[in-house]
Design a protein around this ligand. Structure first.
Ligand SMILES: Nc1ncnc2c1ncn2[C@@H]1O[C@H](COP(=O)(O)OP(=O)(O)OP(=O)(O)O)[C@@H](O)[C@H]1O
Length: 667
């Protein structure tokens, strides 16, 4: 866990690193099981079925090298929809098709036919037919909420409650409805807002769990990664780095902490404004970039004292398009098409049965999607299409729709194995940090309550003031209860760290009461060593504090001797944050060491007492042996003797205590 790492000046911590790849493990070849083809054996996985009796079916397979006649229509079955019930999840990617009802021309002959019952879309000209998890009708009454419920909400639930990363992306030709589905409109909110509503509803429901949310929002425009939440010029061409923990990371990407749903929605709105859009031949408000919004959730189980981190990625890809009339649009279009081709190639390789190299590095988009596509995330793809006819001037629509469906069919053929992200036990420092954060929230809320109360006292009141005060006071109460719980946990952990968890101390104490001289020597040695370490830490902390002071006084001139010469502002502030964090952790360690010393001093005192009582009790002991009857032990010294029977080493699991239960130490 990052809080446990040892950070030294000049370490890579000077860089502002925000994860972009969905966290957990880096992709491995073993993450892939080549899927058993759901298609007829002689079909290539990417080929659609041909319905018997259709134009192409009648022509027979010789008419096309890419289609095979299936023997009966009953063989067209709906692919199994992932249920996400087993762990780890093994199954196919969820693929949905949604047509843009606005581009359906009722006066033109139909090229595509949708059967919403079998979730199949068929081409009426060539007879090819594609089954998917969901195929929606080209009906303006099909709302974003309905599409979200079937294509996305399951993943969001798994992301919030079950420790899975989840990735949802919209793919399709320009103007087909990707942004409409992901972002939505005021009267019909899209996936982003619906997912956020679900996330916050879940958070409010579960009082035994604490949540921390961070977000990042980027776009890939002309193969450059741009931070949509930052206006700094340094955030317009960010680099990707391989990362053992997250798969890939974008260096310098901002990742603000979210404190409320409103704040989150505001930030996303700000990012949306920064995103590149222009009028094109097909869409008056076309997205000229791929956008990736990541919501990173840290869930702390207050009962088990564990923490789980998960990431939800919502991607609105730019649309594929033919040559545009404007030069600039053509240039953008060429970057868009290149990266979509790279994505298509990756999907082809993953869906094929060969074990060929998967070309993730061919584009920034595929590099960023690599962790998700290689098994560290549940995936759902929404493919949006136009229903244009091949027999009129909308023929480009038909060709693009065919391309999109082929892409979707290949994606549907990929089998992924996804593990839940592992929960980690919280360390003392992390619990203390959590308490600090909760205290900050309480202080802020108290400030808000005071302002509202003062305003009321001065006769200024706004509608809903009273209920807001009540709401804040209730939230305050819950937060105080959480703090109380964490404080108890921290105290327990500290005690345990001192008496049970410290291996050195345990070795010394567990080595037997009869070697008291040796033990005393060891304890003293250990005591000296700890004192020495404490002094070292103190010196190091004061150096760090001096450095921080300097940095705050003159951030422009401040250059860390260990870091690159001119850090960008954001990197400098990240460096400062890292150093503050390091100081905080070192201080926490110092507190632990202080506790150890207190524990040791107490133990030494007890041992001396026991030794003196042992000597004076020799006669009593021999009396005791002679009489062989219990009850003759010196009653006066009994408590101290009891206190000195040290139990064998305890295991690390002993920290995992149920709420309110103290660890049992045998003395
Ligand atoms: N399901 C739908 N219902 C109603 N209107 C839709 C639907 N899908 C798309 N539209 C409308 O079609 C137009 C184009 O949609 P949108 O901008 O979402 O396309 P896009 O796929 O994101 O395009 P681009 O790739 O160019 O950004 C918009 O005016 C949008 O409101």
């Amino acid at each position: 866990m990052h809080n446990n790492r040892s950070i030294r000046p000049g370490s890579a911590m000077g860089m502002s690193l925000a994860s972009l790849g969905t966290p957990s493990k880096p992709p491995q070849l073993s993450d892939f099981k080549r899927p058993p083809s759901r298609y007829h054996q002689s079909n290539s996985p990417s080929q659609p079925r041909v319905r018997p009796g259709s134009a192409m079916g009648r022509l027979g397979s010789s008419s096309s090298s890419c289609s095979t006649i299936s023997s009966s229509s009953s063989s067209i079955s709906r692919p199994s929809t992932p249920t996400y019930r087993v762990e780890p999840y093994t199954g196919t990617i969820n693929v949905s098709i949604r047509p843009n009802p606005q581009t359906v021309n009722q006066n033109q002959s139909k090229t595509w036919e949708i059967d919403p019952h079998t979730n199949t879309i068929s081409n009426l000209i060539d007879g090819s037919s594609f089954p998917f998890d969901n195929v929606f009708e080209a009906d303006p009454n099909v709302s974003n909420r309905q599409v979200y419920q079937r294509a996305c909400s399951d993943l969001v639930q798994k992301f919030v409650s079950d420790g899975y990363n989840a990735t949802v992306f919209a793919y399709g030709m320009t103007g087909s409805g990707k942004t409409f589905s992901i972002k939505g409109v005021e009267s019909d909110p899209g996936f982003v807002e619906l997912a956020i509503n679900d996330i916050f509803a879940k958070i409010e429901e579960n009082k035994l769990t604490a949540y921390n949310i961070n977000i990042s929002y980027l776009e890939i425009y002309n193969e450059k990664i741009i931070d949509l939440l930052s206006t700094s010029p340094a955030s317009t061409d960010l680099k990707i780095r391989d990362d053992p923990e997250f798969g890939t990371k974008v260096i310098g990407l901002s990742s603000p902490i979210i404190t409320s749903k409103d704040q989150l929605l505001q930030l996303i709105k700000k990012g949306d404004i920064n995103r590149k859009t222009s009028a094109t031949d097909f869409n008056s408000h076309s997205s000229r970039s791929h956008s990736i919004l990541q919501i990173k959730l840290t869930v702390t189980d207050l009962v088990k004292n564990t923490e789980t981190k998960t990431t939800l990625s919502l991607c609105d890809l730019a649309g594929s398009e033919r040559a545009a009339s404007s030069l600039e649009r053509r240039k953008e279009g060429s970057y868009i098409n290149k990266s979509l081709l790279a994505l298509s190639n990756v999907i082809n390789r993953l869906s094929s049965s060969s074990l060929e190299h998967v070309p993730y590095r061919d584009s920034k988009l595929t590099r960023l999607l690599q962790p998700a596509l290689s098994g560290s995330s549940l995936v759902s793809i929404l493919c949006t299409i136009h229903m244009g006819s091949v027999t009129n001037n909308q023929s480009q629509f038909a060709a693009e729709t065919y391309k999109t469906l082929r892409f979707a069919a290949r994606a549907k053929n990929i089998v992924i194995n996804v593990d839940r992200n592992k929960s980690t036990m919280l360390s003392n420092g992390e619990t203390a940090k959590l308490i600090q954060d909760l205290n900050m929230i309480i202080a802020r809320q108290k400030g808000e309550i005071d302002i509202l109360k003062n305003a009321q006292a001065n006769g200024i009141s706004y509608a809903g003031d009273d209920s807001r005060i009540l709401e804040l006071e209730a939230e305050n109460k819950i937060l105080l209860e959480r703090i109380d719980h964490f404080t108890r946990l921290t105290d327990l952990q500290r005690t345990e760290t001192v008496i049970v968890k410290n291996d050195v101390l345990n070795d010394i104490l567990g080595s037997g009461i009869d070697q008291s001289q040796l033990i005393m020597g060891n304890i003293e040695e250990f005591y000296k060593r700890t004192q020495y370490e404490i002094n070292e830490y103190k010196v190091y902390i004061s150096q760090l504090e001096d450095k921080l002071k300097m940095a705050y006084q003159s951030p422009q001139q401040y250059t860390d001797p260990y870091s690159v010469n001119s850090l960008a502002d954001s990197e400098t502030s990240q460096l400062l944050k890292d150093q503050e964090e390091e100081i905080y952790q070192l201080k926490e360690q110092l507190k632990d060491k202080d506790q150890i010393i207190k524990g040791l001093s107490k133990t030494s005192r007890l041992r001396r007492l026991v030794e003196s009582s042992n000597t004076s009790n020799i006669t009593k002991e021999s009396d005791f042996i002679r009489q062989s009857t219990p009850g003759t032990v010196d009653k006066e010294n009994e408590p101290e003797l009891r206190a000195f029977k040290i139990s064998p080493k305890k295991t690390r699991q002993s920290r995992d205590l149920p709420l309110g239960e103290s660890p049992r130490f045998e003395f």
